[in-house]
Design a protein around this ligand. Structure first.
Ligand SMILES: [Zn+2]
Length: 257
């Protein structure tokens, strides 16, 4: 039996830990900082056995080097010098994490960065997606094109609705405020704002989210929905004839809010 818990880092990052409480082992995802991981291990008497990295930004992999120096661990990540992986992953490759008996499929999802990957576990419906899909939002397009990012988000949206979404940051409430600008009449967004506000007031993470819910509230997964198209057209004052352009328009809109 595994548990998944967030280790907080920096202002709003989550380093996710997959814990086998019987064996007292953990795998962590995107350790941007080694210290909170070390403290978490000491506090619970857990042994760090491996790391998964989604992309090369320092707040996701900045702690890998030090953790590798301290422990003899496996690090799966895409090809990039800053990641310090022991195993470079390939698209659609299946990796096995023996300490938690889980298989993960590697999904290449470029856009936020060009080498960005997600880790998908079908048997437990888990998705670790870094800075590509956020709850009610998506990452900025730093290295790829809107077309690539939209394609990557569509790839994630095609997973089962009960997939749990573990993303890299606590951005849900500000994302929902923007979602409401795009779709003022979407009552699912209102319901989710109420729920997330409650969690945050209690000091709890809003994550994991659920893919089925994201399809109802996340404007970046809803670029083919008439209300979102209309809103994007209103934003730029002209008709839009393809979904990627709707997506690019609302991404640009979000960058400027
Ligand atoms: Zn990033």
């Amino acid at each position: 039996m595994i548990q998944i818990e967030p280790i907080k880092a920096f202002n709003d990052n989550y380093i996710w830990a997959i814990i086998n409480a019987d064996k007292k082992t953990i795998w962590v995802i995107d350790p941007g900082d080694a210290n909170p991981v070390l403290e978490f291990c000491i506090h619970h008497d857990y042994q760090l056995v491996g790391i998964l990295v989604t992309h090369h930004h320092y707040d996701h992999c900045g702690g890998v080097k030090l953790l590798r120096e301290k422990f003899n661990i496996t690090v799966y990540g895409p090809k990039h010098d800053s990641i310090h992986a022991t195993h470079t992953v390939q698209d659609a490759e299946i990796i096995f994490l023996p300490e938690c008996h889980l298989h993960f499929k590697i999904l290449f999802i470029p856009g936020h960065t060009l080498e960005h990957v997600a880790f998908y576990c079908e048997e437990e419906n888990l998705l670790f997606c870094g800075d590509t899909l956020f709850s009610a939002g998506c990452g900025r397009i730093f290295e790829g094109t809107p077309q690539q990012m939209y394609h990557s988000l569509t790839k994630l949206a095609n997973l089962p609705d009960n997939t749990k979404i573990y993303c890299g940051h606590e951005y849900t409430l500000p994302n929902l405020k923007f979602a409401k600008l795009v779709e003022p009449d979407n009552s699912d967004i209102d319901d989710y704002i109420t729920k997330v506000t409650h969690y945050r007031n209690e000091g709890q993470p809003s994550l994991p989210s659920m893919l089925g819910l994201e399809k109802k509230v996340n404007p970046f997964l809803r670029a083919a929905i008439p209300a979102v198209i209309e809103s994007a057209e209103h934003r730029i004052g002209k008709p839009i004839y393809n979904t990627v352009e709707v997506f690019a328009t609302i991404r640009e809109w979000k960058n400027n809010t």
